[in-house]
Each structure stands twice: as structure tokens, then as C-alpha cells.
Design a protein around this ligand. Structure first.
Ligand SMILES: Cc1cc2nc3c(=O)[nH]c(=O)nc-3n(C[C@H](O)[C@H](O)[C@H](O)COP(=O)(O)OP(=O)(O)OC[C@H]3O[C@@H](n4cnc5c(N)ncnc54)[C@H](O)[C@@H]3O)c2cc1C
Length: 433
């Protein structure tokens, strides 16, 4: 059974608390039942705004969030889900307002137009349309083939929409003293907006970062192997973690992209393996030795279960998904007294795509507890669960780590679960937020 993460429990608790505070702000159940549309309109606005505030808090990459959700990749999954649900609830909120005006169609339609006498209503309408535009882009992103940096610019508007929603909430006329629900709403939305401002304006300056300089750069197939040395302080990290990297003093764009560290923490140099996948990575040819990079991080807890236990482990890396295992394998080799069994499957299309094959084969020659195979799909077929199971001695006590493209990771995880590998022993990542 999958463990419910602390972060998810806290989100659910805040949703329940919001509902209870709203319920307590009502004179009685009668009023809720008597005016169902008003109740729906209020509760969807409250829960929707809360979820959107969560979604903005989750982009800050703050350490405590990684702990609450077991890694930044999970933080981003929750960010995506809270955004989608939050926006859906805001749509229901406006829909309920409009429905309340029926059968007067023109009054109902008026709710969707920003021409009201009260400015707070217009702000709400603008916020609603920004959210709608954003939802449309979320769903059409793949069809529109939007490059990631364009997508990121559009993303910023979700924050603007929440700021408008916040001012809309503040300006709503209220009778009587501030109630608990109002205070709660203003505080939670305030946290959401503060998070957005921090991320957009201050993250690059305030978040821990390190300056490195390229000491070596090679290209094999379509993968750049880049080594960097610290300019001042060396970053401390764990094998398998990733950072946000920006080549600040070089001929390439200063964009910040996430890349996994392939070196081991004890090495002097920090290494990366970067595959050409899109418009930014295609420009890395312009990099040269001596160029300076700024590095934010480290992030991620992909290898934590491997590092904290002594269990046997199977690593499955698809293509550039081999990256986290390069550091983890170095760690396994250092644990000479440890007799745990480690198996590594490096899945590539062809042998020539396996740019780490030579160094991985080298490391496996003299350790009987370690097993390594480069599985080439075009010549040997795809990696099957039976091949994996063959290498597992104790099904309940073996960790299986998978990193690769989604089309490889998802079916493999499902197959392994159907073969009785406990879901909590399967740790997967697909390099996509
Ligand atoms: C945790 C993590 C670790 C990664 N480690 C590696 C690695 O070790 N080696 C490697 O080659 N690649 C790695 N990637 C993928 C790498 O970040 C993208 O391939 C790269 O950013 C592509 O940028 P692009 O502009 O060339 O391509 P684009 O065509 O713009 O993007 C291709 C896809 O890459 C992803 N992507 C692009 N930019 C970002 C970004 N700033 N943040 C999050 N996702 C982005 C998006 O899913 C996008 O759809 C990792 C990704 C993540 C999330």
C-alpha cells in the first residue's frame, strides 16, 4: 500500500478546516440548504483559492516542502494537481453565480463580462478569464508544441490571476467584524501571493546557490558530459540529486534548467550528462572550458531509500535516465564491506547510444554482488519483468529504482507491481515536471 505523504495530509486538513470555518460562519444548516447555489458559489471560491495558494507555495522549492512530499518531483506533481483542481473550482464558483441569475439570461451572462459597477466584481471576472486562458493552454500545450521557456512565461500569469482574485476577495463588502473564515482566507491567499513574488523576483538572489566553472566538456552521441569545478564554496549533495543550472557567463542563454548530478559527493568536480532534447540543450555546443555556471540546489530524494537502508537494489536507467545511477553506483562501490546485491540495467536503443557503457562495464568486472547489462531495444528487445525478477533474490526486500522516459517508466512500474513487488519498494522518476 502506498504511504500517504505528510504534505498531502496537511493539504487535506487545510481543505477540511476551510470547509468547517465556512460552515461555522453560517447562521445554520437551514440557510445552506435554502440557498444551495450561494453555498456552492462560496465554498468553491474558498476551496479553489486555497488550492491555488497551495499551488503557488509549492513552486518556491523550499526545503521543508521537499521533506513534506518526499522530493521535489512529488512537490511538482502536487503543484500541478492543486492548480488544476483550484482552477476547476473557480470555474464552478463563477458558473454557480451565473446560474443563480437564471432564468434571466442576460444577467447570467453579465457575470462573465468585466463591466460591473463594483470594481471588485470586475477584478473577479478578469481573474476568472486569466484562469480559463491558463487552463486552455495547459490542455493544449502538447498540441501547440509550446517550447518550455514560452510555457514558463505563460505560467507567470497564473500568479497574476491569483493576485486579482485576492484583491477581489479583500474588496468584497462584508457586514460585521472580520470573521475567522475571512482572516483564514486573507492569510492563506497572502501566503500564496508572497510565494509567487518570492519565486518570480527573489528566488535567484535568495535561494542557496553556488558558482562553478567548466573544467571539461565532451560530447558523445547526443549527450554532453560536463565537468565543473567550484569557484569558491563546494556544494554538498547526495548521490542521485539534481540541481537547477544556468550558464551565467557563457554564449548560451541564462535559462535555468534541472539536471541530475552524475558525480559522487567525494569527487572534486561536479559532473552532468546532458542530452540534446530541445531548443536550449541544442545550443550547448557553444559552451567552452572556463564558462561560469550558477547552480541552485541540491534537490531531490530519489536515492534516499538506497542510501538509508542496506536492501538489495535494482537500477533501471532508460537513455539519459542513467544519470542518477552514475552517482549511486559510485556510492555502492565505496560500500566495500556491504554485501548487498546491486543490479543495473542500462536501456538504450542501440549500443552506440550507451555513452556510459564503457565506464559502467569497467566498474563491474570484479564484484560478484554487482550485475550490469546494457539492454539495446533494437537488437535485444525491451527489458522484460522476467529479466528483472531473475536478478531479484528477495522480492519483499529489494528496492527497484527506475529513471527514464514516461513511456518506459509507467508500464514497467505497473508490470512490477503486478508481479508482487511492493509499490513502496519501487522508486521512479521521469525527468518531467
Ligand atoms: C529532476 C530533473 C532532472 C533532470 N536531469 C536531467 C539530466 O541529468 N540530463 C538531461 O539531459 N536532462 C535532464 N532533465 C531534463 C532536462 O531538464 C530537459 O531535457 C531540458 O531542460 C530540456 O530543455 P530544452 O529547452 O532543450 O528542451 P524543451 O523542448 O524546451 O523541453 C523539453 C522538455 O524538457 C522539460 N523541461 C525543459 N525545461 C525545463 C525546466 N526548466 N524545468 C523542468 N522541465 C523542463 C519539459 O518537460 C519539456 O517538455 C531533468 C529534468 C528534471 C525535471
Amino acid at each position: 500500500m502506498r504511504r500517504i505523504r505528510t504534505g498531502n495530509i496537511i493539504i487535506i486538513a487545510t481543505l477540511i478546516l476551510t470547509f468547517l470555518l465556512w460552515f461555522l460562519s453560517k447562521p445554520g444548516l437551514d440557510e445552506i440548504v435554502k440557498y444551495p447555489l450561494i453555498s456552492i458559489n462560496q465554498i468553491t471560491a474558498l476551496l479553489g483559492t486555497l488550492l491555488l495558494s497551495w499551488s503557488l507555495l509549492l513552486i518556491t522549492r523550499l526545503d521543508f516542502l521537499e521533506k513534506m512530499f518526499d522530493g521535489l518531483n512529488n512537490v511538482y506533481i502536487v503543484h500541478k494537481n492543486t492548480s488544476i483542481w483550484g482552477m476547476a473550482l473557480i470555474v464552478v464558483h463563477v458558473g454557480a453565480l451565473a446560474l443563480g441569475r437564471l432564468p434571466n439570461v442576460s444577467q447570467a451572462l453579465n457575470f462573465f463580462l468585466p463591466f460591473h459597477k463594483q470594481p471588485f466584481v470586475n477584478l473577479g471576472v478578469w481573474s476568472f478569464w486569466l484562469f480559463i486562458l491558463f487552463i486552455a493552454i495547459v490542455f493544449l500545450r502538447k498540441q501547440l508544441k509550446l517550447p518550455y521557456h514560452v510555457w514558463k512565461i505563460i505560467h507567470k500569469f497564473a500568479g497574476v490571476a491569483l493576485v486579482l482574485a485576492f484583491i477581489h476577495i479583500i474588496l468584497i463588502p462584508r457586514q460585521g467584524p472580520a470573521s475567522l473564515i475571512n482572516l483564514w482566507l486573507v492569510s492563506t491567499t497572502g501566503i500564496g501571493i508572497a510565494s509567487w513574488i518570492y519565486y518570480e523576483l527573489f528566488y535567484k538572489i535568495l535561494a542557496p546557490s553556488y558558482k562553478y566553472q567548466i573544467s571539461e566538456i565532451t560530447k558523445l552521441d547526443d549527450v554532453f558530459k560536463i565537468k565543473l569545478i567550484p569557484k569558491a564554496v563546494k556544494m554538498q549533495y547526495k548521490p542521485g540529486q539534481f540541481v537547477y543550472l544556468s550558464f551565467t557567463d557563457s554564449a548560451v542563454e541564462k535559462e535555468m534548467h534541472p539536471f541530475t548530478i552524475t558525480s559522487h559527493p567525494t569527487e572534486k568536480e561536479l559532473s552532468f550528462a546532458i542530452k540534446v532534447l530541445g531548443d536550449y540543450t541544442a545550443t550547448l555546443d557553444k559552451l567552452k572550458v572556463g564558462d561560469v555556471a550558477q547552480i541552485w540546489g541540491p534537490h531531490g530524494s530519489f536515492a534516499d531509500k538506497f542510501l538509508k537502508t542496506n536492501k538489495d537494489a535494482i537500477f533501471i536507467g532508460g537513455g539519459i535516465g542513467i544519470a542518477p545511477f552514475l552517482g549511486m553506483i559510485k556510492e555502492a562501490k565505496k560500500q566495500t564491506a556491504n554485501k548487498r546485491r546491486i543490479g543495473l540495467f542500462y536501456c538504450t536503443k542501440y549500443k552506440c547510444n550507451a555513452c556510459f557503457d564503457a565506464e559502467l562495464t569497467d566498474g563491474y568486472n570484479n564484484n560478484t554482488n554487482h550485475f550490469y547489462l546494457n539492454k539495446c531495444s533494437r537488437t535485444d528487445g525491451h527489458l522484460s519483468t522476467s529479466e528483472i525478477l531473475e536478478k531479484i533474490k528477495d522480492i519483499q526486500n529489494t528496492l527497484v529504482f527506475i529513471c527514464g522516459p514516461k513511456r518506459m517508466v509507467s508500464p514497467l512500474v505497473n508490470d512490477l507491481i503486478s508481479q508482487n513487488i511492493p509499490a513502496h519498494n519501487i522508486i521512479s522518476e521521469n525527468f518531467d515536471f
